[in-house]
Design a protein around this ligand. Structure first.
Ligand code: FNR
Length: 187
């Protein structure tokens, strides 16, 4: 079975973005295995740590390397990506650069009206940088911009319940799976 990894840009326990990752894991359990990376345990990036990086950094890079594809699922903070996500990507952009050539799909949930659009534009720029060079699913027709998250998830730790959003998610994730398969065949 295909193995995918989710990198979630929020550390909040009841994060909508984390709950979107869990929704994807549950909904597609018969198509792929989804691990959710623990980026909250990564140290702040510091070049001085690079000679002997903490074990958690090595484990994070290994998880990316072992995955057939990666979902980056993030909120928008101040019109950009949260620092914790940038920190994780910075760690993944060094040494063996595990994101290089890796199929990636971007998604996000916000409580506002533009559904992380500005964060995703920055994120796409970061993922294209020379240190990262991820193989990102093109945005046309594939953007997952979940607006007004508060109205679309169950209470507490609840998963995504909005039917229209779920139908659109199913379509776009199926396209990502085809994208991942096509990259595997091309290898
Ligand atoms: C936000 N939020 C926010 N929302 C948005 O649409 N655009 C923005 O620029 C920001 N900026 C921002 C900065 C900071 C520091 C915080 C804490 C929040 C609101 C954000 O969308 C909301 O808190 C989401 O619920 C966060 O995602 P999770 O934690 O639910 O995944």
């Amino acid at each position: 079975m295909m193995k995918l990894l989710a990198i979630v840009g929020s550390l909040r326990k009841q994060s909508y973005n984390l709950r979107l990752a869990r929704t994807v894991r549950e909904r597609f359990a018969d198509r792929f295995e989804l691990r959710i990376a623990d980026i909250g345990s990564l140290p702040l990036f510091n070049e001085d740590l690079e000679d002997r990086p903490p074990e958690h950094v090595a484990a994070f890079r290994r998880q990316i390397k072992e995955a057939d594809g990666v979902f980056v699922i993030t909120p928008e903070y101040n019109w950009s990506v949260p620092g914790v996500l940038k920190n994780a990507i910075d760690w993944a952009s060094r040494e063996d650069r595990p994101l290089s050539g890796k199929p990636v799909m971007v998604m996000g949930v916000s409580n506002g009206s533009v559904g992380t659009l500005r964060a995703q534009l920055h994120l796409r720029q970061i993922l294209a940088s020379s240190g990262v060079q991820a193989d990102v699913l093109p945005p046309a027709g594939n953007e997952v911009l979940v607006r007004t998250g508060g109205e679309k998830f169950g209470s507490g730790d609840g998963l995504l319940t909005d039917d229209k959003t779920l139908a659109s998610l199913d379509r776009k994730i199926s396209k990502f799976l085809e994208f991942v398969e096509s990259r595997k065949e091309g290898r």
